[in-house]
Ligand binder design. Structure first.
Ligand code: IMP
Length: 178
């Protein structure tokens, strides 16, 4: 069957095997750091869904998952405001929380989200991202667990989209003309 998406991909940055290795690396770190702690994974919709489910299957500790959808809008980029489209139902007070993200770019969304979740008094709050794009950073926020690092090209696949397309690509690729 013809692959309808591949023609738009210039090159593969991370193969399925690369992604498996990145997920395993992060899962191993979390397994070690959270042994006996029962963390709540807060997966950000929609991009992190594939990473979050892969990651969860790599965890051998007791854990829970919940989902949150936020959108960020900003008058000026340095004063990003976060809008909760869909909130978690889990009470995270005194819980160990790990935010699960697909990619951290400017960091503006995560900066605000971290502030918001910190206000709910979790026992601890960390960030886990499949990919980090440090060249795009505009807010002082860093992920505690990082699968891999990318440059400033626009990438799609494994949850990452362009106008809602390409999330289902099993690898991560750079778009043509990006
Ligand atoms: P930021 O860190 O607040 O700029 O937001 C990060 C979000 O921007 C991610 O969750 C993605 O939805 C999106 N994003 C950033 N870079 C890319 C990319 O290269 N491909 C697809 N989505 C991206």
């Amino acid at each position: 069957m013809i692959n309808e998406l591949e023609k738009d991909i210039d090159r593969i940055l991370f193969s399925e095997d690369d992604i498996k290795a990145m997920v395993k690396k992060v899962a191993d770190e979390i397994n070690e750091d959270y042994a006996g702690k029962k963390p709540v994974l807060v997966a950000l919709l929609k991009g992190s869904v594939i990473f979050a489910s892969d990651l969860m299957r790599g965890l051998v500790i007791d854990c829970e998952i919940d989902f949150m959808k936020v959108s960020s809008y900003s008058g000026t980029q340095s004063t990003g405001v976060i809008n909760i489209v869909s909130d978690i139902r889990t009470d995270i007070s005194n819980r160990h929380v790990i935010i699960i993200e697909d990619i951290v770019d400017t960091g503006l969304t995560l900066y605000k989200l971290k502030e918001l979740l910190a206000g709910r008094n979790p026992a601890s709050l960390k960030i886990c991202t499949l990919l980090d794009k440090p060249s795009g950073r505009k807010a002082d926020v860093y992920a505690d667990y990082i699968g891999g690092t990318v440059g400033n090209e626009f990438i799609v696949g494994c949850g990452l989209d362009y106008n809602e397309k390409y999330r289902n690509l099993p690898y991560i690729g750079v778009m043509r003309n990006s």
